[in-house]
Design a binder for this molecule. Structure first.
Ligand SMILES: Cc1cc2nc3c(=O)[nH]c(=O)nc-3n(C[C@H](O)[C@H](O)[C@H](O)COP(=O)(O)OP(=O)(O)OC[C@H]3O[C@@H](n4cnc5c(N)ncnc54)[C@H](O)[C@@H]3O)c2cc1C
Ligand code: FES
Length: 371
């Protein structure tokens, strides 16, 4: 079969076969994976839940993983990562919940324009943040804001499997109104006595931070806290946390608070994290010298030590990017000369004509990059 496809690809050269098939129907593809949006649900202000029907190449996801979605906006294709919220399994559909960032390009586009029938590009599910096999007996899921998505997929998976062990889902939201999938959380809590759903709204006044009158699972007799994650909160919701596997995804402050406690308790190996943004080490003044030359555009700028993606954007260029944290490779470009530092590992490299990821590479002195 693949030989035949290769032959047809050769005959349709220079365009791949999928370029012709998409003229017939966008989801009729041989190689490219795509998905058709079949349902759009705006249940909470500021976020949208999309149901997608992928093309036949889709192999499913493991709870916690992410996919990349590609959309064309004003003639330019943009790719972003989103973590399915539906449970793992052989379901031929994907559900994504996208938070509309105030200045975000793709999230605003999807929030305002996604409609049934729209076709988007799709990549296979990826990522090491995943619910393991066999399932841990005790599972602690912690999330904040839009970070709910991968851990909700884990919660739904465990619920669908009637997991017999203890499960705590601790989620931080700005208010009950902006919490997506609320009805399902209610239903899971009611169906599974061994699952506890703990919702926190820490920006509220301290005496109401833990009290959500509509939530049947909130114990109003619990001691009050300031509503933020801390050691006491951890002990209260999951006193067995040292024996559990913990999965956390949320804003930097929440991630830092959880990491600090697990490090102090020497439980790092039981903590599994996913981040939607990368917090980079501060710029090294010794690296921030010389000139960055964006050779394909004929633009040069003083090297300020930031990532090449940020420096290119500051210089008025618009290189393609997806995750801005080194996982999707959308921003890959060729470093013609000079030395760059990998901002995740700290390693430097100066081999000429090498592909680098602009979002996690910072120039060390003079650098020429082919964008
Ligand atoms: C593994 C993973 C899973 C994810 N899962 C989800 C999910 O399930 N749901 C969800 O809502 N989101 C998720 N995200 C986040 C998502 O991929 C997007 O980052 C988010 O939707 C914002 O994209 P955007 O195009 O709207 O914003 P963008 O336009 O890309 O802007 C987002 C931010 O990028 C920075 N930025 C953009 N342009 C510039 C510039 N010119 N100069 C400097 N900084 C700039 C800014 O900080 C800005 O606030 C996930 C991310 C990752 C990495
Ligand atoms: S934008 Fe994803 S690797 Fe750089």
């Amino acid at each position: 079969m693949m030989d035949l496809i290769d032959l047809v690809q050769t005959l349709t050269s220079p365009h791949p076969l999928d370029r012709y098939l998409e003229l017939v129907r966008p989801t009729l593809t041989v190689r490219d994976m795509r998905a058709e949006i079949t349902n759009v649900h705006r249940s909470t202000p500021g976020s949208v839940t999309l149901t997608l029907r992928p093309t036949r190449q889709w192999k499913g996801h493991v709870a916690g993983q992410f996919v990349q979605i590609g959309v064309v906006i004003d003639g330019v294709r943009h790719t972003r990562c989103y973590s399915p919220v539906n449970p793992s399994g052989r379901d031929r559909r994907i559900q994504l919940t996208v938070k509309a960032h105030p200045d975000g390009l793709v999230s605003q586009y999807l929030y305002h324009h996604a409609a049934p029938g729209m076709v988007v590009d799709l990549t296979p599910a990826d990522g090491v943040f995943r619910l393991p096999e066999p399932r841990p007996e005790r599972v602690l899921l912690i999330s904040g804001g839009s970070g709910i998505t991968p851990v909700l997929s884990m919660l739904r998976t465990l619920a669908a499997e009637d997991h017999a062990g203890e499960v705590v889902f601790l989620h931080y939201a700005k208010s009950p109104a902006v919490l997506p999938h609320r009805a399902e959380l209610d239903a899971i809590a009611q169906r599974h006595p061994n699952f506890r759903i703990e919702l926190r709204y820490p920006h509220r006044a301290p005496d109401t931070a833990r009290v959500d009158p509509d939530a049947p699972w909130v114990d109003l007799n619990q001691p009050k806290s300031n509503g933020y994650f801390d050691y006491d909160e951890l002990e209260r919701v999951a006193p067995w946390f040292a024996d559990a596997q913990t999965y956390v995804c949320g804003p930097q402050s929440l991630m830092d608070a959880v990491r600090t406690i697990y490090q102090a308790e020497q439980l790092e190996d039981r903590l599994h994290t996913e981040e939607f943004t990368l917090s980079l080490a501060p710029v090294d003044a010794a690296d921030a010298q010389g000139t960055v030359n964006f050779s394909a555009s004929g633009v040069s700028a003083q090297n300020n030590g930031a990532s090449l993606l940020e420096q290119a954007e500051s210089a008025g260029l618009s290189p393609e990017y997806g995750c801005r944290m080194g996982i999707c490779f959308s921003c890959t470009a060729v470093r013609r000369s000079g030395c760059t530092r990998n901002l995740r590992t700290g390693e430097t490299d100066s081999d000429p004509d090498q592909p680098i990821q602009l979002c996690i590479s910072a120039p060390v002195g003079d650098v020429a990059v082919d964008i």
